[in-house]
Design a protein around this ligand. Structure first.
Ligand code: SS9
Ligand code: ZN
Length: 647
């Protein structure tokens, strides 16, 4: 199953015909450079190319009023003066004789993408479109947007394809107020948006873009706004919001389809966003969504106005949709104070609606970023930096190893399709055989692997030992199931062990040996997935290993879909270099594990029930103990550093 790419040059054929500083960045080159980069990198060739089409009136009317549609229909024949005047009734947008045509193609492209994904013709895909859509409203154009492509796509997926729950992830740096208004009272569409806000000083300067607009009536809780009150947000700020807000809620929501309002004005260098997240972060944002909705992810271009970071970000997204391992998320800092304030406010206001946030015991019952801290001067003059050009290294070339998945299986077990059997014959000593496999992974000749061994504990110790010796980088060991054996390297930080266990007795030993204790072990989906999303992933991303060892103990109690979720999510680390170790007789797990290693999306976990109170407490306790050492676990603004009063 492939990745669809939908693009048509026709959508470059309109532009601003007069002088308007507010609109000067929205240029046809945005599309030509993005598509050009996909062609040059060979990514376009690897995608299934799907033609665009024009949206019908009925489709436009799914979201927009007939009056507005009729008005836009008159624009192709307008004179320049008429167009200018017509434009004046809306904010930060322009019309052109060909924009109505392009706007219909932009919707049509989005719907073609939804059709391709929902019918299973492809697994996922991206539509490169102009004009963007997320600002346009029922009866109004706004912010370069004429019709709301993604909102129409969500309704269309529900009506035409029976999608019950649709998640819209708007990672564009502007608030898609048009999408918010459209689904405000609708619990079947969960809208998530982060956006530059600066205490309402930033366009579109709406109070309803703040964190406390959560949706209305039945839709309360299904609108999640994460306001950025400062510019310069970085990779760790974005990831923190994914780990501690979006992903926990998204898994609880359990969408049938994920639509991404994929604007790249949230990337470094963008003149509108002025943020500092690097293009490779979009590989991770994409990856982290790809196990939701059984992998049905449709990315539709919104903004992105830096003609260097835009194509880089588009390539990172498409690379990942195609299943290529993400680059290492290196050098993640702690999230900044302002980001933590936002995170805390959002989590606090949404705890009523989402059981995954209800536990957040460390949260004050109310918090606010409403009152601008005058000392910090939110109303900043453009900084030196924002007026200067910003430079960043281009993302590393993503080289895919010749073998994706190698397996070491008992002789009587057939090698699963798409995997390569790592023959014991060439390596008569089983221990050397496994070590050689690790070496190949470290050399990037093999991406990942599965080994079935007579004794997982013995194999784990040997593999860890060899990996640390062979590897110039850190090793992450994730062990699922009771009973832990000592692993070398946790004292000096060369290894990080995260162990999921039922037994309370298995206590944590130091910064690099962490036991996650859950009452039902891995048997309880709600508790386990929350621990994975908001504990294991932040730890893993901050640790930034060169190799992941994922060990399943016999009788771990982990169910099939959960195991595949875990295997899938962890592939965002270490450039996908992961070795899975299981007991020889666990044959029923071979198929599911290999499918995950091959990059096939995990089945969904179903709508999750509330966490067990004792697990909630245990997770919170653990998190509190670990936050001084692990910055990506922070969800609140740190109190004064502990050492202070001693000084
Ligand atoms: C000029 C204000 C421009 C319009 C932004 C629309 C973005 C669509 N600083 N405001 S993604
Ligand atoms: Zn934008």
């Amino acid at each position: 199953m492939g990745t669809a790419l939908i693009y048509d040059e026709e959508m470059t054929k309109y532009k601003l015909l007069w002088v308007d500083p507010a609109c000067k960045f929205e240029v046809p080159e945005r599309l030509t450079v993005s598509h050009g980069a996909l062609v040059e990198s060979g990514l376009a060739d690897r995608c299934v190319s799907v033609p665009v089409r024009e949206a019908t009136d009925a489709e436009i009317l799914l979201v927009h009023s007939a009056e507005y549609l009729e008005a836009v229909k008159t624009t192709p024949s307008m004179s320049l003066e008429d167009l200018m005047e017509f434009t004046l009734q809306y904010g930060d947008v322009y019309f052109h004789p060909n924009i109505y045509h392009c706007a219909k193609l932009a919707i049509g492209a989005s719907l073609q993408l939804v059709d391709s994904v929902m019918t299973g013709k492809v697994r996922n895909g991206m539509a490169l479109v102009r004009p963007p859509g997320h600002h346009s409203m029922h009866s109004a154009a706004s912010g370069f947007c004429i019709f709301n492509n993604v909102a129409i796509a969500a309704r269309y997926a529900q009506q035409r394809h029976g999608a019950k729950r649709v998640l819209i992830v708007d990672w564009d740096i502007h608030h898609g107020q048009g999408v918010q208004y459209c689904f405000e009272d609708d619990p079947s569409v969960l809208y998530f948006s982060w956006h530059r806000f600066e205490h309402q000083k930033f366009w579109p300067q709406l109070k309803e873009s703040d964190f406390d607009t959560v949706g209305k009536e039945k839709g309360a809780g299904f609108n999640i706004n994460v306001p950025w009150n400062k510019v310069g947000m970085q990779n760790s700020d974005y990831l923190s919001v994914f780990f501690h807000i979006l992903l926990p809620v998204a898994y609880e929501f359990c969408p049938d389809l994920v639509l991404v309002s994929a604007g790249f004005d949230s990337a470094i260098g963008d003149p509108e966003g002025e943020m500092r997240a690097t293009p490779d972060i979009f590989a991770h944002l994409t990856h982290l969504l790809m196990n939701l909705a059984e992998g049905k992810v449709c990315a539709v271009l919104e903004g992105g106005y830096n003609l260097t970071s835009l194509p880089q970000s588009v390539c990172q997204t498409v690379h990942t949709l195609l299943g290529d391992p993400a680059p290492c998320p290196a050098n993640l800092d702690a999230p900044c104070k302002s980001a933590l304030e936002s995170l805390q406010c959002v989590r606090s206001v949404h705890r009523t609606y989402w059981s995954c946030l209800r536990h957040a015991a460390d949260l004050p019952t109310s918090c606010s970023t409403k009152h601008i801290n005058t000392a910090e001067g939110a109303d900043q003059e453009p900084t030196e930096e924002s007026s200067q050009e910003i430079f960043w290294p281009p993302p590393m070339k993503r080289v895919f190893p010749p073998t994706r998945t190698a397996v070491v299986l008992p002789d009587d077990v057939a090698c699963p399709d798409g995997c390569k059997r790592w023959s014991l014959l060439e390596h008569p000593d089983p221990q050397l055989c496994l070590s050689a496999l690790v070496d190949k992974m470290v050399k990037n000749e093999i991406c990942n692997g599965l080994v079935l061994v007579p004794d997982v504990s013995v194999a784990m110790i040997c593999l860890a030992q060899h990996a640390v010796a062979a590897l110039n980088k850190r090793l992450l060991v994730v062990c699922v199931g009771d009973g832990m054996v000592p692993i070398q390297g946790t004292e000096d930080g060369k290894t990080l062990v995260v162990h999921f266990s039922r037994k309370e007795s298995e206590e944590q030993r130091g910064k690099h040996f962490i036991t996650v204790h859950l009452t039902k072990g891995c048997g309880d989906a709600s508790g386990f997935i929350q621990a994975v999303l908001s504990l294991l992933l932040p730890l893993g991303y901050e640790y930034d290993p060169g190799l992941v060892l994922l060990v399943q103990k016999p009788d771990s109690g982990v169910c099939d879909s959960m195991w595949r979720q875990l295997t899938g999510l962890l592939q965002g680390l270490a450039q996908g270099h992961m070795l899975v170790v299981m007991q020889e007789d666990e044959r029923k797990h071979i198929g599911p594990t290999c499918s995950s290693l091959l990059g096939i999306a995990a089945p969904s976990l179903g709508q999750l029930h509330s966490l067990l109170p004792e697990d909630v407490e245990a997770l919170e306790r653990l998190r509190r103990r670990l936050t001084p050492d692990w910055k990506l676990l922070q969800t609140t603004v740190a109190e004064e550093p502990r050492g202070r009063e001693e000084l």
